[in-house]
Design a protein around this ligand. Structure first.
Ligand SMILES: NC(=O)c1ccc[n+]([C@@H]2O[C@H](COP(=O)([O-])OP(=O)(O)OC[C@H]3O[C@@H](n4cnc5c(N)ncnc54)[C@H](OP(=O)(O)O)[C@@H]3O)[C@@H](O)[C@H]2O)c1
Length: 355
């Protein structure tokens, strides 16, 4: 079978270390299933594995100080894959072999959404997943949407309900609002009752965001962020900010916070650290917090995990996490697909098709 492999870390925009190789058909172990992959999205986290963003980030942490192998958690239970590895963080496929155990056997022939990452990720014709973590979604959810069940829907739900604990009648600002996460947060404002202020750097997604329920859309290529937030909140500022960009934009967003605001940092799309002036967080008593879904999930008990997955599943089935798909590429064209995913002004996800 064929798999998409990263041989070495390369700088941003360079995909020359990504290639397709022939691998042996993987055998599922006890409690595991082999999934014939149908679709997988290209997410920003896949670029992090191509360009070494995770490696650089985890290498700086205290719990990795002096260690040759990096882990994502301080308990050292989650090793960070080292190149070469097969990438892809999630996807959908059909279970065609079970490695033993009731759960695994029950999934034979079923379509499942899975989330497994490097070193043995989902960008291959057949992937291995733990049966307990393979989710069967209703047939009404399309294959493409089912491929994107895990990473973003779970992150959005957890950030809104568990971390920020958003309250109705509040104001929430989100940067890179044209992203899949931005659109889900905007759509959910109509369920959870906050006003969503969408920040984008161009106009390609502005009308779509208004259609999803945005209270305001601010285009930073032509508009001043603070002036616009002042205008649309009648000078009060925002209670919450969700930022996945960093750089100067995150610094500007911090200066839009209301008293006791809560700022959540969950991405590094600008590739530069947030410009943080201490007084911008001191004077308005802003709480600045980080979020990384694998480490949040690791800390939860089984009941919270089951309840969270159940809630996300319901919202997925009702279409609240529907993601626009910009283009679908056969996986043999992975370089074209990566270039398309890396381009500005996309209006949806780029997907890889495996069969
Ligand atoms: N911390 C976690 O656990 C976690 C979990 C899931 C996702 N995430 C993060 O969430 C973010 C969004 O993910 P996604 O899958 O929703 O993204 P996506 O659908 O692939 O969209 C990415 C968006 O980012 C915008 N963008 C890229 N670089 C930018 C920059 N320098 N300044 C402003 N906007 C920029 C693009 O806007 P244009 O249209 O202007 O090009 C595009 O709309 C990513 O950073 C991802 O890593 C984090």
């Amino acid at each position: 079978m064929k798999a998409i492999v990263v041989s070495d870390i390369a700088p941003a925009g360079d995909f020359s270390r990504v290639y397709i190789e022939e691998q042996a058909l993987p055998a599922p172990g006890a409690g595991q299933v082999r999934v014939r992959m149908l679709y997988a999205p290209i997410n920003p986290s896949d670029f992090n594995f191509i360009h070494g963003t995770y490696h650089d980030g985890f290498e700086r942490l205290i719990w990795n100080y002096g260690h040759d192998t990096l882990t994502m958690d301080p308990q050292r239970t989650q090793p960070l894959a080292a190149v070469p590895y097969t990438i892809g963080g999630e996807g959908v496929g059909v279970v065609e072999a079970a490695g033993g155990g009731f759960l695994a056997k029950r999934l034979l022939g079923k379509r499942v959404s899975i989330a497994v990452g490097p070193p043995a990720g989902t960008w291959r014709e057949y992937a291995i997943a733990d049966a307990i973590r393979a989710v069967v979604l209703p047939a009404s959810v399309s294959d493409e949407q089912a491929a994107m069940f895990f990473v973003n829907p779970v992150s959005v739900y957890v950030m809104l309900k568990h971390v920020l604990k958003v309250k109705p009648g509040t104001r929430l600002l989100i940067t890179a609002a044209g992203s899949a996460i931005g659109k889900a947060v905007t759509r959910l404002s109509t369920v959870f009752g906050y006003q969503c202020i969408c920040v984008v750097r161009g106009s390609s997604n502005s009308d779509a965001l208004r259609g999803l329920g945005a209270h305001a859309v601010i285009e930073t290529n032509t508009q001043n962020l603070q002036a616009e937030v002042h205008r649309v909140t009648a000078g009060r500022g925002v209670d919450y900010a969700l930022d996945c960009v960093g750089g100067t934009l995150a610094g500007d967003a911090l200066r839009c916070m209301a008293l006791n605001g809560h700022f959540l940092s969950y991405g590094t799309l600008a590739g530069r650290p947030t410009e943080l002036h201490q007084r911008d967080i001191m004077h308005p008593l802003v709480r600045v917090e980080g979020f990384f879904v694998p480490n949040w999930l690791l800390q939860q008990n089984k009941l919270t995990l089951i309840r969270t997955l159940r809630a996300v599943k319901k919202l997925v089935a009702r279409g609240y996490f529907d993601v626009d798909v910009d283009r679908v590429f056969d996986f043999s064209r992975v370089h074209d697909a990566l270039a398309a995913a890396d381009a500005r002004d996309r209006t949806g996800k780029i997907m890889l098709r495996f069969s």
